[in-house]
Design a protein. Structure first.
Length: 232
């Protein structure tokens, strides 16, 4: 990937963050200064503004809470928390996946693609795992070139003394364990070499298992969430 391509991807990512309002204050000021001088950057930002504005049509309006003013004052006059990465920003994932998973995974793919990869190795797969009557909801991003599967648990947790285990289901084959989901909301799992090329059109599933994982090598508890892997 050329230096110009890397700069263009980085600018695309910054434009998306600027439109979403998630850039730290100093970076936002620096980006705003660039917007005054760089027409191409303004076009990227305007495209993201329009794209995200269209998503708002899918969200029902809601009256502000009675404590909203106090909350705003607290944010203005108390020290700001340390910024977190895009992938670890739980609020951003909750809001975006509710309106459009496609936008969320596009931005996630932009982050993943910041790492240089060889020709033909830039594939990225995404899945949103959910269940009709289950509180568990997870977004997953996978890149075969690195063998790293990133998972972000948007909601839900394992019961006391139980574990959430992640499975790969390829076609009609039996489920293969990808490991127990860590307690942390955001985590990265290393995929075994013999499984790295088996995510095309596969399904991910999460089951409720004994602490430490399934004792049989197959799901033994209820399947709480599933989602198909999609190439982006």
């Amino acid at each position: 990937m050329s230096t110009d391509d890397k700069r263009d991807e980085r600018d695309e990512l910054l434009a998306a963050e600027y439109a979403l309002g998630v850039l730290p204050h100093a970076e936002r000021q620096a980006f705003a200064a660039r917007l005054e001088k760089e027409p191409d950057l303004r076009r990227k930002t305007e495209n993201w503004d329009q794209h995200l504005f269209e998503l708002s049509d899918e969200i029902d309006p809601a009256a502000p809470r009675s404590d909203l003013l106090g909350t705003i004052e607290d944010r203005l006059f108390t020290p700001a928390p340390q910024p977190v990465s895009w992938w670890s920003s739980l609020g951003v994932w909750r809001g975006l996946t509710a309106a459009s998973l496609a936008v969320a995974v596009t931005l996630g793919a932009l982050y993943i693609n910041q790492r240089p990869v060889g020709p033909g190795d830039a594939r990225t797969y995404v899945s949103e795992l959910a269940g009709e009557n289950s509180p568990v909801r997870v977004v997953a991003l996978y890149e075969p070139a690195t063998g790293i599967l990133k998972v972000n648990r948007i909601q839900g947790a394992s019961a006391t003394g139980r574990a959430l285990e992640l499975w790969l289901i390829e076609g009609s084959n039996k489920p293969v364990s990808l490991g127990v989901l860590p307690a942390a909301q955001s985590a990265s799992l290393s995929v075994a070499n013999d499984l790295r090329e088996r995510f095309e059109d596969a399904v991910l599933a999460i089951s409720d298992e004994p602490e430490g994982g399934s004792p049989t090598g197959q799901p033994t508890g209820a399947v709480l969430a599933t989602g198909k892997m999609t190439k982006v």
